[in-house]
Design a protein around this ligand. Structure first.
Ligand SMILES: NC(=O)c1ccc[n+]([C@@H]2O[C@H](COP(=O)([O-])OP(=O)(O)OC[C@H]3O[C@@H](n4cnc5c(N)ncnc54)[C@H](OP(=O)(O)O)[C@@H]3O)[C@@H](O)[C@H]2O)c1
Length: 276
């Protein structure tokens, strides 16, 4: 009799243990995909990453552990970027000219299933300074500057909007310029095409914010200051010059802090609001 009861107890213990194991198995099955998703690093796509601030953005995001889709016009000659990609396996270099809309569409198609947390429209040109003075306005230069600085960010944002919406952070950032501010254009003129293009990039950002707000997308418009890149040197623009690592460190801080309260506003690299 006693043996019978102890056998019953043993079976009961085994039944309870199996039940616990089954419940634990179900919980692990439910939570494992979530844990895997939570551990995925965020992804940033940078345009114009061959040099200057685009290269530095790639470097600093990779060092933070992000996946970086580093796009540039000519990967084969982008030596510094290639060296960086050897150091950080999370950098994927992709060929992309932001004036080539078919190329943008093809890249977006290849990345259709990839959430992009931050899209950075960084690629930009100033255009020859001498070709955009009141004395000499070269309209072919105007077309070139607009194609890179305005149509580029617009086409990129349109083509990758779904990737951004599918991500955790949902941010589209355009590197703008104080030269695109009407309020700040009261003392000196010149630089017509570049000014117009950055004012255009700003209004693109505002319209994107209105169109994509309901889908949770935040738009950042950031002025990096005058930065010691080839670009910064070529313009001959006077003022405090920042090293690219300092300017980019500040920009990444602003991108991290981008939220519904401060989105679609023009900010200087130092965190001060800039007038339109
Ligand atoms: N530096 C400054 O003082 C300053 C100030 C205010 C705003 N910004 C803005 O900051 C951004 C970055 O400037 P930066 O100083 O880093 O300039 P940068 O050193 O001259 O680099 C510009 C980058 O844009 C790329 N690019 C040019 N045309 C392109 C195109 N059609 N498609 C794809 N990429 C293209 C260049 O690629 P390649 O190597 O192929 O030419 C290069 O990687 C620009 O939007 C600029 O307007 C700069």
């Amino acid at each position: 009799m006693c043996k019978f009861f102890s056998e019953l107890k043993r079976r009961e213990v085994i039944r309870v243990a199996i039940a616990y194991l089954l419940v634990a198995g179900v919980l692990v099955a439910i939570w494992t995909p979530h844990i895997a998703v939570a551990q995925q690093p965020p992804t940033v796509l940078v345009t114009g990453s061959s040099r200057g601030m685009g290269l530095e953005l790639t470097k600093q995001y990779a060092a933070k552990g992000w996946k970086v889709i580093a796009t540039c016009r000519t990967p084969i000659t982008a030596d510094a970027l290639n060296v960086l990609a050897e150091e950080y396996s999370r950098i994927a270099i992709e060929e992309l000219d932001v004036t080539d809309h078919a190329e943008i569409e093809a890249l977006a198609k290849r990345y259709a299933d990839v959430p992009i947390d931050v899209l950075i429209n960084n690629a930009g040109i100033f255009g020859p300074v001498a070709m955009q003075t009141l004395e000499e306005l070269d309209y072919d230069t105007f077309v070139d500057v607009m194609a890179v600085n305005v149509y580029g960010p617009l086409k990129m944002s349109q083509s990758f909007a779904d990737n951004v919406v599918a991500s955790e952070q949902k941010k589209i950032v355009t590197i703008t310029s104080g030269l695109g501010s009407m309020a700040l254009t009261d003392k000196n003129g010149g630089y017509y095409f570049y000014r117009i293009s950055k004012a255009g990039a700003n209004i693109v950002g505002r319209a994107l914010a209105a169109d994509l707000r309901e889908r949770g997308v935040l738009i950042g418009l950031f002025n990096p200051g005058i930065v010691e890149t080839e670009f910064g040197r070529d313009t001959g623009y006077a003022g405090l010059r920042l090293k690219p690592d300092v300017a980019v460190g500040a920009l990444i801080g602003l991108i991290d802090e981008l939220d519904a309260e401060n989105a679609a506003t023009m900010f200087n690299y130092d965190g001060t609001r800039m007038p339109w």
